[in-house]
Design a binder for this molecule. Structure first.
Ligand code: HXC
Length: 257
């Protein structure tokens, strides 16, 4: 892999993906996105892994799609390359994904963070959808996910002016989970990942699916989906173990079955 690094903390059940194109501020070229898609698929299929963390470096999570790679393309070439289809893998990942963001998360970088399930930000994080400044618009969910995350007026302002918001504002808007000092953002994300990795992976997967359903459907259908998943969990050994451990006043040992 040329543009990402994957580190598996097997005994802790965490897979860490680091975007690794530092000179270009982790601009998301097609090769990097292909590697990211494959890495997510592998980690999602790896029974030892329960939670995934995606990070960049202190200066940049990712400064967006690679403008130099796109600049001369025609509409038909863009259609044929269909680069955003690789993004579907991120959305389809069953395990929780935490974005650990420091520095720039712009354009596709902001969209990547928003596609993850939770965001831990360093105090230097800057989020924005500046595509409008280069004559285009968000193409990987920015107009949809950002609007759901922060509301219409704020999304409209960010998408139409391209202005960046800092971590404090992102926190106020409710689209990140926590702000931490820059030297701690990755540790904090890993700690969050480890705490989720201690839960039953079966319950975690169905709970993630159910929360996501809240963004995709109306309340009646969402409640129905949630209820069925709740009942389904009573088919898992982890449910028996979790409830027995509570009654016996001991820590549960979840096996993901
Ligand atoms: C290609 C990029 C890039 C990008 C930075 N670089 N962002 N290359 N695509 N998106 C490159 C620069 O060309 C430069 O390389 C090197 O990274 C360092 O960047 P500088 O601009 O010198 O750094 P700085 O002055 O600190 O400014 C940082 C910045 C700026 C504010 C983040 O780089 C910037 O505005 N970048 C573009 C942000 C953007 O518009 N993103 C949206 C892209 S469109 P060289 O070799 O020239 O020195 C998009 C569509 C979404 O994301 C669709 C979904 C995928």
């Amino acid at each position: 892999m040329n543009f990402i690094k994957v580190i598996e903390e097997q005994e802790k059940h965490i897979g860490l993906i680091q975007l690794n194109r530092p000179k270009e501020l982790n601009a998301l070229n097609l090769e990097l996105m292909g590697e990211l898609r494959d890495a997510l698929k592998n980690l999602d299929n790896n029974n030892q892994i329960r939670v995934i963390v995606i990070t960049g470096n202190q200066k940049a999570f990712a400064a967006g799609a690679d403008i130099k790679q796109m600049a001369d393309k025609s509409a038909i070439e863009m259609l044929q390359i269909d680069q955003f289809s690789t993004w579907d893998q991120i959305r389809k990942t069953k395990k929780p994904i935490i974005a650990a963001v420091s520095g720039f998360a712009l354009g596709g970088g902001c969209e990547l963070a928003l596609t993850c399930d939770m965001i831990i930000a360093s105090e230097t994080a800057k989020f924005g959808q500046p595509e409008i400044k280069i004559g285009v618009m968000p193409g990987a969910g920015g107009t949809q996910r950002l609007t759901r995350a922060v509301g219409k007026a704020r999304a409209m302002e960010m998408v139409l002016t391209g202005k960046f918001i800092d971590a404090e504002e992102a926190m106020k808007y409710g689209f990140i989970n926590k702000i931490v000092p820059v030297e701690k953002y990755l540790d904090e994300a890993m700690n969050l990942a480890r705490s989720i990795a201690q839960m039953s992976p079966v319950a975690t997967q169905l709970a993630k699916e159910s929360v996501n359903r809240a963004f995709e459907t109306h309340l009646d259908e969402g409640l129905h989906f949630e209820r069925k998943n709740f009942y389904l969990l009573f088919a898992s050994e982890d449910q028996k173990e979790g409830m027995a451990a509570f009654v016996e006043k001991r820590a549960p040992d979840f096996q993901g079955k």
